[in-house]
Design a protein. Structure first.
Length: 139
């Protein structure tokens, strides 16, 4: 069994963003030369997420609206976490809802997706450097 590890780094200019990272995961898969196995993709920061869904702008707008209704950023005084001087309690909650990682099967050297599936990095407290881990295991 082989394993391969790669990190992706992001620094979004805005507080929130959704970035399709499927091309970078595919690139890592090709670099690994693994034909059968699994790839784990996970956000290595507590206010960011990795998830799978459709690459459709309207859906991403819907996520923005829904997440802000679920855990609004303001007023920041509503969250005890922000008593520490932070202003990102909402970002922690948004990450909890959207998830930390995804696992995708690898079949014949390709990501074994369902129709329309893509991998996304979700940023909920941007403007600083954060990383995503890609770990590929297989033969």
């Amino acid at each position: 069994m082989k394993s391969y590890r790669k990190e992706l780094w992001f620094q979004t200019p805005k507080r929130r963003a959704f970035i399709n990272i499927t091309p970078q995961v595919n690139e890592a898969l090709q670099e690994s030369e693994i034909q059968e196995g699994f790839v784990l993709v996970n956000a290595m920061h507590i206010t960011a997420s990795v998830f799978i869904n459709d690459h459709e702008y309207g859906l991403h707008q819907d996520y923005e609206k829904w997440l802000e209704e679920l855990a609004p950023h303001a007023p920041i005084e509503q969250y005890r976490h922000n008593d520490t001087g932070e202003d990102n309690a909402d970002a922690h909650m948004k990450r909890q809802v959207m998830g930390r990682e995804v696992v995708v099967a690898i079949t014949n050297g390709r990501l074994d997706f369902g129709t329309w599936e893509q991998i996304f990095y979700g940023e909920f407290d941007g403007r600083r450097r954060k990383r995503v881990l890609i770990k590929i295991i297989g033969e």
